[in-house]
Write a protein that binds this ligand. Structure first.
Ligand SMILES: [Zn+2]
Length: 114
């Protein structure tokens, strides 16, 4: 799951600086105030490029900070997203993470996909 110890400001320049691998992954958006812990608002994933996905989010969301985790495959990104979803119940996630229509991926945290 994404490390919650290292929250970065959510802007394109910071994404380019810290998300340097061309990789799928999971990310968490939230707020980080000085001297306070990171508060989680939303979890998502990128099946293609985490860098591109995060830059799409920058400026398109109320959240001002992010954390992330690279994953080797899109399926692992889905599983990481699900784990954060079930562990933290982010307030901005209205529904369970969706899997691709052509995938038979299973959620590691519940039986929604069998
Ligand atoms: Zn689940």
């Amino acid at each position: 799951m994404p490390s919650l110890l290292h929250a970065y400001p959510l802007d394109a320049a910071t994404v380019d600086r810290v998300v340097t691998q061309r990789s799928p992954g999971a990310y968490v958006l939230g707020h980080k105030e000085p001297g306070r812990s990171f508060s989680i608002g939303f979890v998502g994933r990128a099946e293609g490029s985490l860098n591109v996905r995060l830059k799409q989010q920058a400026g398109a969301t109320v959240y001002t900070a992010f954390t992330f985790q690279y994953c080797d495959t899109a399926q692992q990104a889905f599983e990481a997203e699900c784990t954060v979803f079930h562990t933290f119940a982010p307030p901005h996630n209205k529904s369970h993470p969706a899997r691709p229509a052509n995938g038979d991926w299973k959620c590691p945290g519940c039986k929604i996909y069998g």
